[in-house]
Design a binder for this molecule. Structure first.
Ligand code: PLP
Length: 288
């Protein structure tokens, strides 16, 4: 059993119910966040709150809570779920949909209250510091077929789900995406980094990718640790010829990739730069 939050109440997840007329259900009309916590300490709370605010504003939903209220809900969810998730590695999912309407009509309805849902789930432990102890990822590669507003953390995730499933069907862990110009953008549920000659590269933010909070913490952490990093576009060839490839997300932190589309990256093992990067990330993540 775990405890969820629904429209102001904390209750067992199995008892949390919404109407089938909720626009989140009918249209995927909502915004979500996933915030990692370790031993009750959240990572990147400021960034998650800012992205939630800008996502809600981008789709004209009034933010139902201020930052203090969101922080209190998060802390209560962590506290109430700690007995059920004893590892203390707890992800908090927040979801705000436009709310429940009486009809199914595309236009934003007037005067409906957003539906606010939160639940807790176990995430992987923090990444180890030693490259021999980390799970290495293998990924597929395909053209991004999603919409042109990938910077909005929308609950309409069918495009991402289909890209992720490509990887599953190829027996790998994720799918890296490129645009029609052959530039890498992100992955179906992660941001992407490559390393070449000890310099770290990640695509710059625009409408083709989510402004990942882990990405942003990592960029600051690398700069603090004097790891050279550049936000710049790179091609499929650059990806395949990189010394190292990494994915980043709230639940994976920074995860090394050793194979793309069946081709080994570098020597096919987790690299030394990953080890430097994860140390820099851990040193900074609770400060960010
Ligand atoms: N890109 C996509 C498409 C995602 O779904 C996610 C996370 O869910 C990310 C990037 C990474 O974002 P964050 O680091 O904020 O988890």
């Amino acid at each position: 059993m775990t405890i969820a939050f629904l429209n102001g109440d904390f209750l067992p997840l199995s008892e949390a119910k919404i109407s089938p007329m909720d626009r989140g259900f009918l249209f995927g009309d909502g915004i979500y966040e996933v915030i990692p916590t370790y031993q009750a300490k959240p990572v990147g709370m400021k960034g998650h709150m800012a992205r939630l605010k800008s996502g809600l504003s981008a789709i004209s939903i009034t933010n139902p809570y201020d930052e203090t209220q969101w922080r209190d809900i998060l802390a209560t969810l962590v506290e109430k779920n700690s007995p059920y998730i004893p590892s203390g590695n707890i992800g908090i999912y927040f979801h705000v949909s436009r709310g429940t309407d009486s009809k199914r009509f595309h236009a934003f309805p007037d005067n409906i209250a957003p539906t606010v849902f939160g639940f807790a789930f176990e995430i992987a432990p923090a990444q180890p510091l030693n490259k021999h102890d980390v799970k290495a990822f293998k990924v597929a590669l395909e053209e991004d077929k999603r919409w042109q507003r990938c910077h909005i953390k929308s609950t309409s995730l069918l495009g991402n789900v289909l890209h992720f499933q490509t990887g599953v069907e190829q027996g790998v862990n994720e799918t890296i995406l490129h645009n029609s110009a052959g530039e890498i953008t992100e992955a179906s549920s992660c941001n992407v980094f490559i390393v070449k000659n000890n310099v770290v590269y990640t695509p710059p933010l625009d409408n083709q990718l989510l402004p990942g909070i882990t990405r942003s913490i990592a960029l600051e952490a690398f700069t603090r640790a004097s790891i050279e990093v550049e936000e710049s576009r790179f091609s499929i060839d650059d990806l395949l010829n990189a010394d190292e490839v990494w994915l980043s997300s709230s639940s994976k932190e920074i995860a090394p990739v050793v194979e793309v589309n069946g081709m080994a990256i570098g020597d096919g093992n987790v690299g030394d730069m990953w080890q430097k990067a994860i140390k820099a990330y851990h040193d900074y993540k609770f400060i960010a």
